[in-house]
Write a protein that binds this ligand. Structure first.
Ligand SMILES: [Zn+2]
Ligand SMILES: [Zn+2]
Length: 432
């Protein structure tokens, strides 16, 4: 479907022809090696099936308790929502909001909106609201973190097993399957297929030739003549998905620097202050992220200790360092291996969300361990700073435009901000 069209690689900005893809094949960018398109057989119906299964599992997972905590004859149970409510009533509204958004609202909305988009498409219809709803699905996707939440449940169970009896609830199994189904739905979804069905609002029939003044939409990846874009005041909008068009992410360097510096500042209290206090039978103990890892090690849970160390200490540090290096390299117009730097950027985008695991552990413990004088867990200030670091570094990675790494290599491209520089060669993407 795409072999006759042009694509701009959104990671390096090179415009190239789409190769013909074999079933299940992928098109790689000839310059940076990023995957641009993937052929997903029977995408529409498979995604719809996984979405429907996901919705049923999501309802089950949210209706029943996922863990029960029993101590000296007293029992508490927690569902996802009661966990969030307990955090909120104990004063940690910021963490409660983030946990609610990432573990309930984002995945739930993502499933519901996918159903809303895919059903009319499967029936051969194209309602006018479809592009804006599908754009929202794309925005929500990186914020759904049920898989990370599942890891949080695992860590919590291990932490509490010394203290009391933990009984897995009905919804824990629904959770486990839901995570697989969500991953399958995401793997089956072919955004290009959805966008290719949306009729553009302006005439796109004029072919783009070398040297033409063109624009690429960051959302639906449509390549168009500047004249084909919709004028909306001082902005240009995409004639297909109606998103605002930018040659590069707006103010990418300034925004990423600001977010990165904020994350570095918050990183200090996030690691120095305790994230929670466990009170059991009159004894109180506060844990920082680091002592939490030591606790797991002391109890012989070294595989879990390694996981938490990597997710909570190593990954945030690595992310801050990579973003700092990338920003400096762009700022000083460095030409060192742009392919490797683009690869580093891909790593920061992929790993950042796993750092949320300790935030989920705090949520689950607060919700489960509330037995008055017998045992309670309270969230502490460190958890708020830590949660902020994870969110801010995710936003920083999103606001960084990896195409800036490559712009330095093409001086004529930078001087001609209308983006006509690299069409002359017009290479073809690699089919793999
Ligand atoms: Zn590329
Ligand atoms: Zn678009």
């Amino acid at each position: 479907m795409y072999h006759d069209s042009l694509t701009e690689c959104l990671e390096c900005g090179l415009l190239q022809r789409n190769p013909v893809l074999p079933p299940g094949g992928a098109a790689e960018c000839v310059r940076c090696g990023g995957v641009m398109h993937r052929d997903r057989p029977d995408s529409l119906h498979r995604t719809l099936a996984f979405t429907l299964a996901g919705i049923v599992l999501f309802i089950v997972a949210n209706s029943f308790p996922f863990l029960s905590f029993e101590m000296q004859g007293q029992l508490t149970q927690t569902t996802l929502l009661t966990g969030v409510i307990d955090l909120y009533t104990s004063g940690s509204w910021f963490i409660a909001g983030v946990v609610f958004f990432t573990s309930v609202l984002a995945p739930g909305l993502q499933l519901a909106l996918l159903l809303v988009v895919l059903t009319p498409l499967a029936l051969g219809q194209m309602p006018a609201w479809l592009p804006s709803v599908f754009r929202l699905v794309r925005t929500l996707t990186p914020w759904g973190m049920m898989d990370v939440f599942m890891l949080g449940i695992l860590v919590s169970v291990v932490k509490l097993s010394e203290m009391a009896t933990i009984v897995p609830g009905t919804s824990l199994f629904a959770f486990g399957v839901l995570i697989l189904v969500l991953a399958a739905a995401q793997a089956a979804l072919d955004p290009d297929l959805v966008w290719s069905r949306v009729p553009p609002l302006t005439d796109l029939s004029r072919p783009i030739r070398p040297g033409d003044d063109h624009l690429t939409c960051d959302v639906c990846e449509l390549v168009m003549h500047r004249g084909a874009a919709i004028r909306d005041g001082r902005q240009l909008r995409c004639p297909r998905c109606t998103d605002v068009l930018h040659r590069r992410k707006p103010k990418s360097l300034q925004r990423t620097w600001a977010l990165l510096l904020a994350a570095i500042v918050f990183y200090v209290p996030a690691n120095l202050l305790p994230i929670m206090t466990v009170t059991s039978l009159g004894r109180s103990q506060s844990d920082t992220i680091y002592t939490g890892v030591v606790f797991l090690l002391d109890n012989g849970m070294w595989p879990l200790a390694v996981v938490v160390f990597v997710a909570s200490i190593f990954v945030p540090m690595l992310k801050l360092m990579i973003l700092f290096t990338l920003l400096l390299s762009v700022q000083f117009r460095c030409t060192w291996s742009p392919r490797d730097r683009t690869r580093l950027y891909r790593v920061t985008e992929a790993i950042g969300r796993w750092s949320m695991v300790d935030v989920y552990v705090v949520t689950i413990l607060v919700a489960l361990v509330r037995l008055g004088n017998l045992a309670t867990v309270q969230a502490e200030a460190g958890a708020i700073f830590f949660c902020a670091v994870v969110i801010i570094t995710m936003l920083a990675a999103m606001s960084f435009d990896p195409r800036l790494i490559w712009d330095v290599l093409e001086p004529e491209h930078v001087r001609a901000p209308r983006g006509s520089g690299n069409l002359a060669s017009e290479p073809s993407g690699r089919s793999v």
